[in-house]
Design a protein around this ligand. Structure first.
Ligand code: SF4
Ligand code: SF4
Length: 440
């Protein structure tokens, strides 16, 4: 039975919808005691998870039930914030109709949705350094992933994505679109940007990335939001600072106050990550020192950069740069013999989401859009790599007629990857640079 469920998830091309896109058949092929649904939606402005928790609650619970069964777990817990009252009521009512599914009300702080923070909050377990929730007997999956798992059990592959459109846009909304929908089409459907010069962030303001060429970008299985912001917005400037400037600034103005370390969520879990020490290591280019390896523990949550640092510099970017060098050199973190003990100050150092929104200068965009749209474009551009691991191998040719749900990309033999499917009916008009274009 467990094998059959994992196989259906694999066939449907389900990947983690909330983050890096780990193929879900890899994650669910495990034995654990608890399955958590991550509905924290902790990135400011993003609203599709609370929407799904309410509108698709029964589907989401069917997905959770399947993962509980296939992992042999005894509990399934849906985690969401109390501020999403309607969603919480729906989840509680739906869980009450089941035997071993329950709801957990999270406090409203950032980053409540970090898997490791979530596991500590809900189960009081600490994931080891560089570890996974699996190491402490649980699997964590995002809300939309659970919905996609439920569809997979019915033989329906992942063809659509729910995302939030927010910021300087005429009609902020949650919208459902086929995977591969051009970003510019989504913005136009939401009424278009209301400023002439703008930048588009793919994801949330904390961890999202600035799209270098929005006109060429499309929605993938992991696109949780599109934020339209002025080019000189605080959130954007921090994301586009060039590496040389980061180094110069970190060398010249870091005052070693250690506030970045005091508020670092991973440090507060007891992991040996000290961003203020990494700032020194980076400024002196001592990347071979044992302290430099701490960068491997950074989740890049952005708390140090966007909230903690009084000098407005970016330990997160510094860590990311050090991490890239260490990974290129094959350096690994050794957590042998280290038992992380969470800080006694962890609770009082949580960052309230509203205060974070003020600090990021996003109050004007925090409109909680309730409008939900569904849009189907005439053309989709579907990347064969929307997940962690190897790209899928293309199995169609230019000129092929496809229907939504048909296979476009297969998992290469012995590789970690996810299948990719057509999201609209149409004809394959090009296969270029790992992207399959279909025109209806
Ligand atoms: S908070 Fe900023 S100034 Fe203080 S140690 Fe960290 S990087 Fe340096
Ligand atoms: S980004 Fe900063 S606050 Fe977040 S885990 Fe890394 S060092 Fe800690």
């Amino acid at each position: 039975m467990a094998h059959a469920i994992v196989e259906k998830i694999r066939e449907a091309g389900v990947v983690g919808a909330g983050g890096a896109g780990l193929p879900t058949h890899v994650k669910t092929d495990a034995k654990v005691d608890t399955v958590l649904v991550n509905g924290a939606s902790c990135e400011p402005l993003l609203m599709s998870d609370p929407y799904l928790m309410d509108a698709e609650v029964d589907t989401m619970l069917r997905g959770l039930q399947a993962v509980v069964e296939c992992t042999g777990a005894s509990r399934g817990i849906v985690c969401l914030k109390g501020k999403h009252k309607k969603a919480l009521e729906s989840v509680r009512a739906a869980c009450a109709r089941t035997e071993h599914l329950e709801a957990f009300e999270l406090k409203d702080f950032y980053p409540a949705g970090d898997e490791q923070v979530l596991v500590k909050e809900v189960l009081d377990r600490v994931v080891p350094e560089r570890g996974l929730p699996l190491n402490v007997g649980c699997v964590v999956s995002n809300t939309e992933t659970m919905v996609n798992i439920a569809h997979a059990l019915e033989g329906r592959p992942v063809t659509h994505r729910y995302l939030t459109v927010a910021g300087e846009i005429a009609c902020p909304m949650v919208v459902k679109v086929p995977v591969g929908t051009p970003v510019t089409d989504v913005l136009a459907y939401a009424g278009g940007p209301v400023i002439r010069d703008y930048v588009v962030v793919d994801g949330g303001p904390m961890m999202g990335k600035v799209l270098q060429a929005p006109e060429k970008a499309s929605v993938t299985k992991t696109t949780s939001g599109l934020l339209v912001l002025p080019p000189d917005h605080n959130v954007v400037l921090r994301k586009i600072m060039d590496p040389k400037t980061v180094r110069r600034i970190s060398f010249s103005i870091c005052c070693q106050c250690s506030r970045c370390t005091d508020l670092c969520p991973r440090n507060l879990l007891g992991h040996r990550l000290h961003p203020h020490k990494l700032m020194q290591v980076f400024a002196n280019q001592e990347l071979e020192s044992p302290v430099a390896r701490e960068a491997l523990l950074c989740s890049e949550c952005g708390v140090c950069e966007k909230y903690a640092c009084p000098m407005l510099i970016s330990p997160r970017e510094v860590n990311a740069q050090i991490k890239r060098v260490l990974m290129q050199n094959g350096v690994r973190w050794d957590n042998t013999g280290w038992n992380p003990i969470p800080s006694p100050y962890r609770e009082e150092r949580r960052i309230p989401t509203q205060r974070l929104i003020q600090r990021l200068d996003l109050v004007a965009y925090d409109t909680h859009p309730h409008y939900v749209g569904e849009y189907t474009p005439k053309e989709v551009r579907i990347p064969l790599k929307q997940h962690l691991g190897a790209p899928a191998t293309c199995v169609v040719e230019v000129g092929a007629r496809v229907q939504a749900g048909d296979l476009l990309g297969e998992i290469p033999e012995k590789a970690m990857a996810a299948r990719v499917h057509a999201s609209i009916d149409g004809v394959v008009t090009s296969i270029d640079n790992g992207v399959v274009t279909i025109r209806s």
